[in-house]
Design a protein around this ligand. Sequence first.
Ligand code: CP
Length: 320
Amino acid sequence: MSAEPYPAIRSTPALEHLLTLADMPRAQMVALLDRAQRFSEGRDARQALAGTAVCTLFFEPSTRTRMSFQLAALRLGADVLNFDVSTSSARKGETARDTMKNLEAMGVRGFIVRHHDDGAVAALADAANPGTALINAGDGRSAHPTQGLLDMLTLRQAKGADFSRLKVLVIGDVKHSRVARSDLHALRTLGHGEGRSIEIRVCGPQSLLPQDATLDGCLVSQDLDAALEGVDAVMMLRLQRERMDEGLVASLEDYHRDYGLDARRLKRAAADAVVLHPGPVNRGIEITDEVADGPQSLILQQVANGVAVRMAVLEALLAR
Ligand code: CP
């Protein structure tokens, strides 16, 4: 299956759904980031969604995405429902589509959906009534667009809006990462200016790198020390430990030795390089405590920005 098995955001510039960052126009992405920046500064929060019901419909676990969407919706004055799959009629075999249609019949207008299947959120969007908005909170390995946006906001705050001068290194399990796909789409969209283009490097074991178009235009390497030389930002990915069972990684010790980011290695990056990680963090595997909690880490700033970005997305989709 391709990495982006469904069309990009329909009906630009007005957003109808947010399914992927592939093909999102740069102007639209910048407008969302500008709006999120204002929310992050505590400006402009208003009851834009008063009287609007939204539901977090998560079929996979989440801490950051789910909680920050809840908080974002509450800050905009929405009525927020949290679907708990473990106590729902999904346990009796009700499909995601029927679940969504029943909640829609109750008046829910916004669905924030995480699902294990690629394309599942797009399928729900196709089944929704006009005026109902679907937001992809992570589907399979395809896309996690609000994570991509919050990563771009965090990078912009640290390095300025001109990404074309930057060298950015993505490390780890790109093959299974919806975060990496959304980040790569966004970096390409924002990474051009004045005849220059961003340099995107990718480093990970061959077994965890996709063989499709995901890495087009990237400098790909298996040598982490070399890949780190002079980069401005390091975007770590979570090692999906379930992949161990598939034999794609020899051992956690080997992975940490070859692809783990520690303070010694980070010295190869630019002195003012920043480190991002979407969470949850496997401490001591893809990143050490001293880096995750160190002065160059923006991990908690990413989390804070998640609320602001999700406010901007909810407002763009649902405010009348
Ligand atoms: N980054 C991220 O998606 O985290 P959660 O799985 O906790 O939502």
